[in-house]
Write a protein of this length. Structure first.
Length: 194
């Protein structure tokens, strides 16, 4: 056994991911009637040879009615998700050691939003409105992951979803009814002072 060379899984993985990043692609199709259909994809790209594959995260665009949204909105969602995925899988790999999406935690989203606000992601500090807009996209992405990945270890349905029931009364008429409503609560606890 003295001839066995120790092999580091993390070092090998770090070498493999140096040239891999998530990206976004748009496809526009014009049919024979002149109707334009735009599609957005989240891809996994090799930055050295420029090859790419469509990732399963593309299914996000068909989640909760996003499929009929304007392409500019889809592009913004793709930009946020790609930035977040690159952040947790590649830029912060040495800190998080995430190799599969089911290892994702809410703290990763909190730290991403904090770094975005402070200008460590991108070149400048972001406004409160920008960070809140990104937070809404990340909340939706986390809900998508909970629906798609049944084995999320560190994010639970209760973190983003609450059922509330209530009854109403109209004027003097006491009309009781019980209605359950799904409410999606923000799962991030980011404090923005400015």
């Amino acid at each position: 056994m003295d001839n066995v060379v120790p092999f580091s899984i993390h070092r090998d993985w770090t070498e493999k991911i140096k040239s891999i990043r998530f990206g976004k692609r748009k496809l526009t199709i014009i049919d024979e009637r002149g109707n334009v259909k735009n599609y957005m994809f989240i891809t996994v790209e090799n930055t050295k040879n420029k090859k790419f594959k469509v990732s399963g995260y593309t299914r996000y665009f068909y989640f909760e009615g996003l499929g009929k949204t304007r392409i500019e909105t889809l592009d913004y969602h793709a930009k946020v998700i790609v930035s977040f995925l690159n952040y947790v899988f590649f830029e912060k790999y040495k800190v998080y050691r995430i190799r599969k999406i089911t290892d994702l935690d809410i703290k990763h989203g909190n730290e991403y939003l904090r770094d975005l606000k402070d200008g460590r992601i991108g070149n400048d500090q972001k406004t409160r409105q920008t960070v809140e807009k990104v937070e809404r996209v990340l909340n939706k992405f986390y809900r998508f992951l909970l629906k798609e990945c049944k084995d999320m270890e560190f994010v639970q349905k209760e973190d983003v979803h609450v059922k509330v029931s209530y009854s109403k009364q109209y004027g003097n008429v006491k009309q009781k009814f019980k209605r359950e409503q799904d409410i999606y609560t923000p799962c991030f606890k980011l404090i923005i002072l400015a």
